[in-house]
Design a binder for this molecule. Structure first.
Ligand code: PLP
Length: 349
């Protein structure tokens, strides 16, 4: 799809809930050219997991991070001369050159330097021993909005930075939405996170993607509730008729949002079963009244496909009042992760 352009696989936040070690190892074997995370600690964890390709740290690093970053062979986004000097000292001491990228703040005003300061820093970093100024980058403010005219403003500023720093070889600006929607912003590499999981950002046309992640659980207790009786904390849902409720052992501590209570649903044996009552820390209830075969041990789908029906991260995000990135990256480490290829589970983490 992006011939001649590198793919930087963004695997921050435990690879958006998919489990960074396994997800990155898979792409390290082929598919990704590089990886990106946000913290130095995320990068060193990837190295410990055996990832060998370059790892770019996108976020704000501190001078104290330099020894660890150089030892792990990480590439840092460098925002200050102080950080650059700390990296240079470590690179010399460890006899291991370190690559840095300079980020231009073209309007998001989150991280990076205004263009003049970015040019000045890049020029100063260039003369430090052990430092290679490899990359020039920026980040888009409204890549997936219907009206993204601001992207033109940002692109013009970035193009100016590129023209003033022609000796920096590796330029990148594009997240999933920008990569798919704005070809001129692809430059030398695209930083793709969400789309790697088979989920497209809003307002983003793309190829038909299949979500790589499903969330399933087994029903615990299945019990009758008489008309008028309530379920879960606060008894916010009461049975209007003789009902059966099933216990799903996933809660907000697993990342299943509390505000999905009385709003979301799960799939069970081809039925859509409403979530009833409040979501607890470790469990919630679903109304399985009339669902044939609903019993302890039945498989319920919170995210993913069940027969002809499916629940997507976007569905859950709109019910929870958030975005698909948030739903996926909220899935906590406590949830066991089963990695399958061709329908067969190969490993569990
Ligand atoms: C998270 C992130 C990305 C990836 O964004 P997606 O929309 O998930 O593709 C790219 N660049 C930066 C700087 C990020 O923080």
């Amino acid at each position: 799809m992006f011939a001649g352009i590198e793919l930087i696989a963004v695997v921050k936040a435990n690879a958006y809930g998919a489990g960074a070690p396994a997800f990155a190892r898979e792409l390290d074997g082929g598919g990704a050219d590089r990886f990106a995370v946000v913290w130095v600690a995320e990068g060193t964890a990837l190295r410990a997991a055996g990832v060998t390709r370059p790892i770019l740290v996108l976020g704000h690093s501190f001078p104290e991070d330099a020894p660890e970053a150089v030892r792990a062979g990480l590439t840092l986004t460098c925002h200050s001369l102080e950080l650059g000097e700390a990296l240079s000292r470590e690179a010399v001491a460890q006899d291991r050159p370190v690559a840095v990228h300079v980020k231009v703040d073209t309007g998001l005003h989150r991280f990076g330097l205004p263009i003049d300061a970015a040019v000045e820093l890049a020029t100063a970093l260039r003369s430090l021993p052990g430092i290679e100024v490899e990359g020039l980058t920026t980040h888009m403010a409204n890549a997936d909005e219907e009206d993204d005219s601001f992207a033109e403003t940002q692109h013009a500023l970035f193009a100016e930075a590129v023209a003033r720093l022609p000796w920096i070889p590796y330029r990148h600006t594009a997240n999933s939405a920008t990569a798919l929607r704005r070809e001129p912003l692809r430059y030398d590499a695209v930083r793709v996170g969400l789309a790697l999981h088979g989920v497209l950002p809003p307002n983003t046309p793309g190829p038909e993607l299949r979500p790589v992640l499903a969330l399933r659980a087994r029903l615990g207790r299945v019990a009758d509730v008489a008309p008028g009786e309530g379920v879960s904390y606060g008894l916010t849902w009461r049975a209007a008729q003789p009902s059966r409720v099933g216990l799903v052992p996933v809660g907000y501590a697993d990342g299943w949002r509390r505000n999905l209570g009385n709003t979301g649903s799960v799939l069970l044996n081809g039925h859509r079963c409403p979530m009833v009552g409040r979501v607890c820390m470790d469990q919630f209830l679903v109304d399985v009244t009339g669902v044939a075969g609903a019993a302890e041990g039945s498989l319920v789908t919170l995210l993913g496909r069940d027969g002809a029906d499916r629940i997507t991260a976007d569905d859950v995000a709109s019910q929870a009042g958030t975005i698909s990135w948030d739903i996926l990256s909220s899935l906590q480490a406590r949830l066991p992760r089963l990695y399958a290829r061709g329908g067969l589970v190969e490993s569990i983490a």
